[in-house]
Design a binder for this molecule. Structure first.
Ligand SMILES: [Zn+2]
Length: 373
């Protein structure tokens, strides 16, 4: 599901002793032939309290020696076992979120790949850029928009100080200038970069956003979908910065552990058919087909948080009614009028999430009467 190297980087950074300490797990340090062993009082799997769990402080590998338990652990399965309570196992998605948040709180800076002219998977060639944070510094433009370094990293945002995107048109090579722009990579569900956008940071450019011609259209993909795999609930925004705002509102929130944020690149979900059309499953690569893949991995519910305007709510209801037929639960998040997720405080987003009502024919009639949609 997740890329192996991805997990390895995450686990590599996790100091398991520090984690146990922070979580209030009772353990004592012992010293064995293979180095420091963390001896835990209680086994999170069998519940035995006889100090029979030993975890290597360095590698996080270990065992439970209680009677018939025999459980083996690595960092991931240990964190997962500690998070799970009897009879309810948390998902790997939640484990990942928990570790990422622990690392973020402890000043973890993900490794920065050396970058200049960057080639990604041989498909999309980004203009020259540096990853953010750069030398542990956030980009002032992002900071001013309330976006932290760790979130910038999670969304793989880059900064192009001076750079171009070249493409062929009619036998000519055309260069599109991305200088002074934040590059926002777009990935498919497998984590392959398929497109990108360039957001001006000077406020002086004619176009706030630049889009490279000739690549697969963003409307076929869910922004941040590759990081939403395994999530039970999706918060659905429009643009990249809306999605980032949604993520910031749920990051570190206990109640949102199995919630992820995605963006649809507009008030439209590709693959949604109008209500009069004959019902059929989408066969092409589209946003609905991505949702169906996510459903197979545990997705149950979508909460629409498109922009705070009647038209957007109306479109969300249409999409929601269609997705109901595919077995999704859908709710309508209502933001203050004329406000996008990236224009409101995180608690306003969370409030809208809690208040969001099911999209069903009865409520739709009620909303119409109230002129909400
Ligand atoms: Zn045990």
């Amino acid at each position: 599901m997740r890329e192996e190297s991805d997990w390895q980087e995450l686990f590599g950074e996790l100091d398991i002793e520090h984690y146990l300490e922070t979580e209030g797990v009772r353990y004592r340090r012992t010293f064995g032939a293979k180095g420091t062993q963390l001896n835990m009082r209680e086994c999170p799997v069998c519940g035995g309290k006889g100090w029979k769990v030993y975890i290597n402080a360095e590698t996080g590998l270990g065992n439970c020696f209680h009677g018939s338990c025999g459980q083996t652990f690595n960092k991931g399965s240990l964190v997962r076992a500690l998070m799970s309570s009897e009879g309810s196992e948390v998902s790997w998605f939640e484990v990942r979120k928990q570790i990422e948040q622990f690392l973020a709180r402890n000043g973890w800076r993900p490794k920065r790949k050396p970058s200049k002219e960057k080639l990604s998977n041989g498909r999309v060639s980004l203009p020259a850029n540096v990853s953010i944070p750069y030398k542990e510094n956030n980009l002032p433009y992002l900071k001013a928009r309330g976006i932290s370094s760790s979130v910038a990293k999670a969304f793989d945002l880059r900064f192009c100080a001076k750079g171009y995107y070249s493409y062929s048109f009619d036998g000519m090579t055309i260069r599109q200038d991305y200088s002074n722009r934040v590059l926002i990579p777009v990935y498919d569900l497998e984590g392959v970069m398929v497109n990108f956008q360039g957001r001006d940071i000077t406020g002086a450019a004619n176009e706030k956003y630049l889009f490279p011609p000739g690549l697969a259209g963003t409307g076929r993909f869910l922004y941040n979908g590759h990081r939403a795999r395994g999530a039970r609930t999706l918060l659905v925004g429009e643009g990249a910065f809306d999605t980032i705002a949604l993520e910031m509102a749920i990051a570190g929130q206990q109640d949102f552990r199995s919630v992820a944020a995605v963006g649809t690149f507009g008030k439209h979900l590709s693959g949604v058919l109008n209500p009069d059309a004959e019902f059929k499953l989408p066969d092409d690569q589209c946003q609905v087909s991505e949702l169906i893949k996510l459903k197979a991995e545990g997705l149950e519910e979508l909460v629409f948080m498109w922009d705070g305007e009647r038209k957007a709510r109306n479109d969300a209801v249409k999409a929601g009614l269609f997705l109901r037929r595919l077995g999704f639960k859908c709710r309508l998040g209502v933001l203050p009028d004329d406000k996008d997720p990236n224009e409101v405080a995180p608690e306003v987003i969370r409030e809208a999430y809690w208040r969001a009502e099911q999209i069903d024919p009865i409520r739709v009639a009620k909303w119409k009467a109230a002129k909400l949609i």
